[in-house]
Design a protein around this ligand. Structure first.
Ligand code: GNR
Ligand code: NI
Length: 179
């Protein structure tokens, strides 16, 4: 098992479009296990492979309070969305510390494959519907801040770049300390 590095907005690699998985082997299962470990450690309720710089259609989700209901979605497709919308205050492990309202269809029907390549369908509402749509956006190269106004997005971008500079400086100081 290993923890994977999560890309931070505005990293351009977050905007790459993921390709379908074609091979269902032990390597895929190991990667799914690493994604789950990374999501639980973060901690987050979902993670898309795009966020760890792997541009294949792989998502892990666990919205349970007990962190014991892992769902794996490979090559997911939306089959139906409700006309009814819901606004949810979304966050993202690639945009830490930022939360804002996003309007999306309140209910969806989706189809995906599990880690064995076996198809399944899911009817989702509430947080699960939000999370599946948020993660499927990542696979298309879309981050939730792109639903916000350009003003908000630019402020978030500036805040993230400032934090990145500060993180880099901290790392350099650590390096000097061990030399
Ligand atoms: O951990 C996460 N929480 C969350 C909260 C509200 C709406 C969506 C999410 S997904 C996010 C993890 C993440 O960034 N997945 O891509
Ligand atoms: Ni996210």
């Amino acid at each position: 098992m290993s923890l994977l590095n999560i890309l931070r907005y505005p990293d351009p690699r977050l905007h790459k479009v993921a390709k379908p998985v074609t091979v269902f082997d032990a390597r895929l299962k190991q990667f799914v296990a690493d994604m789950a470990e990374t999501m639980y450690e973060a901690p987050g309720i979902g993670l898309a492979a795009s966020q760890v710089d792997v541009h294949e259609q792989i998502i892990v989700i666990d919205i349970s309070d007990t962190r014991s209901d892992l769902r794996v979605f490979i090559n997911p497709e939306i089959l139906w969305v409700s006309d009814e919308k819901q606004i949810y205050d979304e966050g993202c492990l690639s945009v830490p510390g930022v939360y804002d309202g996003v309007e999306r269809p309140a209910r969806i029907k989706a189809r995906a494959l599990d880690a064995d390549g076996k198809p399944f369908e899911v009817d989702a509402d509430g947080l699960l519907a939000v999370c599946v749509q948020h993660e499927m956006d990542h696979l298309k190269g879309k981050v939730f801040v792109e639903y916000l106004s350009p003003l908000k997005r630019n402020r978030i971008k500036a805040k993230m770049l400032k934090e990145e500079r500060e993180l880099k400086r901290e790392k350099q100081r650590e390096q000097v300390a061990v030399r």
